[in-house]
Design a protein around this ligand. Structure first.
Ligand SMILES: NC(=O)c1ccc[n+]([C@@H]2O[C@H](COP(=O)([O-])OP(=O)(O)OC[C@H]3O[C@@H](n4cnc5c(N)ncnc54)[C@H](O)[C@@H]3O)[C@@H](O)[C@H]2O)c1
Length: 321
């Protein structure tokens, strides 16, 4: 089976490509390499792998690639609320229009789409969000992602994932994700200032996200048209609880709580992952294992990191996406 992954050189894509190739799939990646990343270099000699440097807004190219593929995984996006707020027009073009074009060019193809579950943040007071709970995102990022999900839901039988906040190491590293960010601050600054400490979120390791994609690719006919929350059922944690976990792994890490900032998506929710667990898919990573992995990974990454990895936030202050 030939899989087209748009944005496949990104944080999720770089791990997904590896596992798909190991599982024997043919993989085509189109990516504009926004971060100058070389995360897929090691696959260039693999006959099942093809990389195309290009922009998903190039409709002629996208149409050709969609027609070649049996399944499409659209990962290319302007990701996170700061990047989308900086250029909402671009965010709409990549996060939404791309999906409309994929639906047009990829008729009859399997589509697996990762949405964010951040829109649960301003739900209607549910104690536990299920796939039936409304998504009401308020950031440009959340809105463009949810518009794409709605479009897919009404016009295709795509399988849609509402991903918890992802953590873990990738060859195209992201330090702005909550667990990655807190662990990064723990071992570099040794202190952190955190807002909205009691806000709860759900988490999932990057390798479990990838295993959920591959599981659904293999069971597409059973679950076509379905939406799944993908997170760890035992990791619906407040920021304070998460920091206490990290403190158990990193000595002399000081935490200060101060509501100096607000989460634009108001993410404070508990997520039920029962639906995906009922399929037989199981996550293999917990937070402790992931934090240990991050500490190891940062030993290689931190010495090479410049100020740009702080995402504009000053020393000790966290982005908390
Ligand atoms: N990481 C998470 O926690 C998370 C959670 C929920 C959903 N998602 C979704 O998963 C997908 C991948 O996210 P990620 O964390 O890997 O982010 P990422 O920013 O690392 O990956 C996005 C990739 O898209 C590429 N890209 C951007 N614009 C492009 C364009 N015009 N043409 C071609 N390529 C382009 C970038 O170069 C990058 O490689 C996104 O759609 C994101 O919304 C991620």
């Amino acid at each position: 089976m030939k899989i087209l992954i748009t944005g496949g050189a990104g944080y999720l894509g770089s791990v997904l490509v590896e596992k798909l190739l190991v599982a024997g799939y043919e993989v085509i990646v189109i990516d504009k390499l926004l971060f100058n990343q070389t995360s897929l270099l090691q696959y260039t000699s693999n006959p099942n792998f093809k990389f195309i440097y290009g922009d998903v807004r190039n409709e002629i190219l996208l149409e050709k690639l969609c027609k070649e593929a049996d399944a499409i995984i659209p990962l290319a996006a302007i990701v996170g609320f700061p990047a989308c707020a900086a250029d909402p027009k671009l965010a709409k073009e990549i996060n939404f229009n791309q999906i409309v074009n994929i639906v047009k060019f990829g008729k009859g193809k399997k589509i697996l789409y990762p949405n964010t579950n951040s829109g649960y943040g301003i739900g209607e007071g549910q104690t536990e969000c299920t796939e039936e709970s409304p998504l009401n995102p308020i950031s440009v990022y959340g809105q463009t992602k949810c518009e794409a999900e709605n479009f897919l839901k009404t016009s295709t039988d795509a399988i849609i994932f509402r991903l918890a906040t992802v953590f873990g190491v990738s060859p195209r590293m992201r330090t702005d994700l909550l667990v990655n960010d807190f662990t990064y601050k723990a071992i570099t600054d040794k202190y952190i200032v955190v807002f909205e400490k009691s806000f709860r979120r759900n988490f999932i390791h990057i390798e479990d996200v990838v295993s959920a994609f591959i599981f659904m690719l293999n069971h597409y006919d059973e679950y076509r048209g379905e939406i799944f929350n993908v997170g760890l059922s035992d990791a619906n944690l407040s920021k304070q609880e998460l920091l206490e976990k990290i403190q158990a792994h990193v000595k002399d890490f000081a935490v200060v709580y101060d509501d100096y900032y607000e989460d634009p998506d108001k993410r404070d929710y508990i997520v039920s992952n029962e639906k995906i667990e009922a399929t037989g898919w199981k996550p293999e990573w917990d937070l402790d294992k992931g934090i240990k992995q991050l500490i190891q990974g940062y030993q290689m990454i931190v010495p090479k990191m410049g100020a740009e990895f702080r995402n504009g936030f000053p020393l000790g202050y966290a982005n908390q996406t």
